[in-house]
Write a protein that binds this ligand. Structure first.
Ligand code: 2AM
Ligand code: CA
Length: 254
């Protein structure tokens, strides 16, 4: 199934990249006042759903655009066709296709493909994680003052009340620098690859993080919710190289 995932995530990514170059105003609509969707999100998800149904008709699918079908099946695919839609619409390269495969409540495989960056991240439970075929591991950074962290502001767009600006204001003076690319899946993949030392965010959905969280743990990192438990993304998410996890857990409390 990892070969199936690797093949179709690259096809889907190429579709998204081709469509980005041709995007017009007529392709863009609003799901919420600050939540964009494009015809490409829908077309890419349809491509992936059709591929899964024709190869694995008994499997369940949870997709950002098409919802949940048979999510209680033993195998369930969790799809975000374009994670980072706002970056995508604004002709930036920081968008990805994210596909996770869950078996009986355990994530067993995941892929994040950023076609404009030519970066394909794959992980299999117990088998490690790779970037374009080469094994990846998390960073060895141990001091917050040296740490490059990433976050996002889904909480603002969802108007959830979570105050990530206060967390950012508290953390920024204590770390090396911050990054914010707009795709939770890429953020997690970059923690897995040691490009970022840690990442946190509130108010994400399962399809944003399903593949990326497995990438991080398979690359030797740690993923928890914002209280240090495993209830992510419902209670927020923190992913780190492990070494700075406890310090960052303290840092996200304001
Ligand atoms: P998307 O691009 O698939 O919508 C960036 O902070 C992350 O938040 C992205 O992974 C983005 O996924 C997600 N996101 C964007 N708008 C959101 C909203 N209104 N509610 C929850 N998550 C959102
Ligand atoms: Ca998403």
């Amino acid at each position: 199934m990892i070969d199936f995932l690797a093949y179709h995530i690259q096809e889907a990514g190429r579709m998204a990249l081709d469509a980005q170059a041709k995007l017009t105003a007529g392709d863009i609509s609003f799901k919420g006042e600050r939540d964009l969707v494009t015809s490409a999100d829908k077309a890419v998800e349809k491509y992936l759903v059709d591929a899964i149904i024709s190869s694995y008709p008994e499997h369940g699918i949870i997709g950002e655009e098409s919802g949940s079908h048979g999510a209680d099946a033993s195998y369930c695919w969790i799809i975000d066709p374009i994670d980072g839609t706002t970056s995508y619409v604004h002709q930036q390269p920081y968008f990805s296709v994210s596909i996770g495969l869950r078996k009986d409540n355990t994530m067993i495989a995941g892929g994040v493909y950023a076609p404009a960056l030519n970066q394909l991240f794959l992980a299999e439970k117990g088998g490690g994680a790779t970037l374009n075929g080469a094994p990846i591991t998390v960073s060895s950074c141990e001091k917050m003052i040296h740490a490059i962290l990433a976050t996002g502001f889904a909480c603002l767009r969802k108007r959830s009340g979570a105050d990530n600006l206060a967390v950012l204001a508290k953390l920024l003076p204590k770390i090396s620098d911050i990054r914010r690319c707009g795709s939770a899946a890429i953020d997690l993949a970059y923690v897995a690859a040691g490009k970022y030392d840690g990442y946190w965010e509130h108010n994400l959905n399962l399809y944003d993080i399903a593949a990326g969280a497995l990438l991080v743990t398979e690359a030797g990192g740690t993923v928890t919710d914002l209280r240090g438990n495993q209830d992510y993304p419902a209670s927020g998410i923190i992913a780190t190289n492990g070494a700075i996890h406890d310090i960052l857990l303290q840092g996200v409390i304001v």
